[in-house]
Design a protein around this ligand. Structure first.
Ligand SMILES: Nc1ncnc2c1ncn2[C@@H]1O[C@H](COP(=O)(O)OP(=O)(O)OP(=O)(O)O)[C@@H](O)[C@H]1O
Ligand SMILES: [Mg+2]
Length: 306
């Protein structure tokens, strides 16, 4: 099957000469949740805006739902729902009118049953006759999502969907996104919350200074780049790492009370047993030991600062 989104050799240089995207190549398959991670200014919104036809590309080729976003702009745009990073919600209109009107913009005939379903799914049904400006921040965000879903898109972009949202609402959003995926919608989200990508995504892309530096299944990313750490609290402090241990990747904490041993999480763990045996042999005693696995956050920070 052809991918829902295909990006080939995409470049973007803004009017002031700034190169925001450099030779981006990316395919998004139907039905996946793809998280795009990257620091501020990396180019996430630029990439999304180009795919959605809001920003012009400089060179390269992009298709959405199989349609070229330049040549078949209207067709391509119909397949996409976008919840932008900057919410524009100072509206006097009611929830119902706003969401219904949105559908009309895509040239789709009215379908009150669909709009009702969307509003119910987003827990907005009770608020359908409220003016947008009278809603709480979280509800406004849901309205933006309802608008994006009004024309039954096959692909949904969420640009920082949970920035500034409380923990509970963030959980709600995650559940909603999962439900949407089950209904067959492909989802691309950008986020600063690593936890969000860790929780939600099937695949993760990392973008830095306009370049995609990595695209990987989440699970393989975590096992591939993940590190484990064993920390041993010593009975008595050491001044330096004993000679017998220098062949192992062992570090000593600055107070001398802790030995830290790092290893790849996918490696077999013979090293740990060997280390503990050696400590026994040379008579170093420890009071406690802890292991810790690196999170996606450690991996991400490592990548971005490399
Ligand atoms: N209209 C524009 N003209 C010139 N430069 C721009 C324009 N829009 C964005 N940029 C620059 O392009 C780069 C990427 O911006 P973009 O908004 O895509 O980043 P982002 O990854 O979405 O960041 P954030 O996480 O802060 O939302 C930034 O350096 C930004 O200053
Ligand atoms: Mg952005």
């Amino acid at each position: 099957m052809q991918p829902d989104i295909s990006v080939k050799h995409l470049n973007k240089t803004y009017g002031d000469g700034f190169r925001a995207l450099k030779d981006i190549n990316l395919d998004i398959e139907h039905g996946e949740i793809f998280a795009l991670l990257g620091p501020n200014g990396a180019g996430k919104t630029t990439l999304i805006s180009i795919i959605c036809g809001i920003v012009n590309l400089t060179s390269g080729q992009v298709t959405a739902g199989g349609f070229d976003i330049v040549k078949d702009y209207r067709q391509a745009r119909k397949t996409i729902g976008l919840v932008p990073q900057e919410l524009n919600t100072d509206s006097f209109e009611t929830v119902w009118d706003t969401v219904s009107f949105s559908r009309g913009l895509f040239g789709k005939p009215a379908n009150p049953a669909h709009i009702e379903q969307v509003l119910r799914d987003l827990s907005l049904w009770d608020k359908r006759d409220n003016r947008i400006m009278s809603l709480s921040g979280g509800m406004k965000r849901r309205v933006m999502i309802a608008k994006a879903l009004s024309h039954e898109p096959q692909i949904l972009f969420l640009d920082e969907p949970t920035a500034g949202v409380d923990v509970e609402l963030r959980r709600d959003m995650w559940n909603m996104v999962r439900k949407l995926r089950e209904s067959g919608v492909t989802i691309i989200l950008t986020t600063h919350y690593i936890e969000e990508a860790e929780e939600m995504a099937d695949r993760i892309g990392v973008i830095r200074q306009g370049e995609i530096i990595l695209v990987e299944e989440k699970t393989s990313l975590m096992s591939k780049l993940g590190k484990k750490e064993l920390r041993l609290q010593l009975q008595a402090p050491l001044e330096k790492i004993p000679g017998e241990l220098t062949l192992e990747p062992v570090e000593l904490s600055s107070d001398g009370y802790e030995l830290i041993y790092s290893f790849d999480s996918q490696e077999e763990q013979a090293g740990v047993a060997r280390l503990l045996r050696m400590l026994g042999d040379i008579g170093i005693e420890y009071r406690d030991l802890r292991t810790r696995e690196s999170s996606l956050e450690d991996i991400f920070v490592g990548l971005v600062h490399e």
